[in-house]
Design a protein around this ligand. Structure first.
Ligand SMILES: [Zn+2]
Ligand SMILES: [Zn+2]
Length: 304
């Protein structure tokens, strides 16, 4: 398809393109100059242009000659990224040409793993996961990995590719990760309990109760509230009464009561507790396990 107007071409192929890509689609150099002067498109740097609605982080990355990467790209593509933060993470591919962006004291995280950068495109998912493995902690990598598997964003070859490249201490997570995790919170809990030597069954269907998040042994239910999304409003107990909090709370209590009638115990934690007060959470779990004097007998990882 060819275009007369640079702005129309950017809407179609943008948000950030090289001038040569615009010219390849019929936009003349004169039109590029006109559109830039008229404020219809934005000049990012020499030979690179952006649509006016291009995200600022894309613009910044392009000024460096790169694209967003790592946890930043993971968030953009919808992976579960536990870490907050607005640090700039850039991917230059294996043969990039880094540039100064002109901002004072700009010190982005730089990633140089295999692949060719295409301005306007995020890195392939496997590259993003490799970058997260190299740059973030083990838990962040694991949650991002399980979300990519859950969303079917990885192929078998990608796992092999990652196995050859991720740092050795996190390589085992490629085998431990599952394709059916429901949320980053679920991934996080399973990993943390596993590292404590506690095996759990996830998403267990209990007749008369429904699906519960985790069962330890055959009697202790762990429910992670707000697991749909780690920013979930259900964590906000002071929420608006017009929100369905009350009915959700009622539903949860009914589930717990039905489970108790079947001989289960339920421990319920919210996102903030799991992420920020893990010591409290684990103390509660271990105390319940110790009180029964029965070791948990959940399925081992190798049984999956
Ligand atoms: Zn990074
Ligand atoms: Zn910069």
């Amino acid at each position: 398809m060819t275009f007369l107007l640079a702005s129309a071409a950017l809407v179609r192929i943008g948000p950030i393109v090289r001038a040569c890509d615009l010219r390849a689609r019929g936009v003349t150099s004169r039109e590029i100059s006109r559109a830039t002067s008229a404020g219809e498109i934005r000049r990012v740097r020499r030979g690179v242009y952006a649509s006016l609605d291009a995200d600022e982080s894309w613009i910044h990355a392009a000024q460096h000659g790169a694209v967003p990467s790592c946890v930043m790209a993971g968030r953009m593509m919808g992976l579960w990224i536990l870490q907050d933060g607005d640090d700039l993470h850039l991917w230059f591919g294996h043969a990039g040409n880094p540039r100064q962006c002109g901002r004072r004291s700009c010190d982005p995280h730089q990633h140089w793993d295999d692949g060719e950068v295409r301005l306007g495109d995020l890195p392939p998912v496997r590259n993003v996961l490799l970058q997260v493995a190299q740059c973030a902690d083990e838990e962040t990598f694991f949650c991002a990995l399980e979300s990519a598997l859950r969303k079917s964003m990885l192929h078998v070859g990608d796992i092999r590719w990652l196995a050859e490249r991720v740092p050795r201490p996190v390589r085992w997570l490629l085998g431990f990760a599952r394709t059916d995790a429901d949320s980053g919170l679920e991934s996080l809990i399973r990993l943390r309990l596993h590292k404590l030597g506690i095996s759990v069954c996830t998403q267990v269907q209990i007749d008369g109760v429904g699906e519960v998040d985790f069962v330890i042994g055959d009697w202790l239910i762990i429910e992670a509230d707000g697991k749909q999304n780690h920013d979930d409003d259900r964590d906000d107990e002071g929420g608006d009464a017009s929100q369905p909090w009350v009915s959700l709370r009622h539903k949860d209590l009914m589930r717990d009561a039905r489970a108790a009638a079947l001989g289960y115990e339920t421990l319920r934690f919210n996102y903030a507790m799991i992420v920020h007060h893990w010591a409290t959470v684990v103390a509660a779990i271990l105390a319940r396990i110790a009180a029964t004097r029965v070791a948990p007998v959940g399925r081992r990882v190798s049984d999956h």
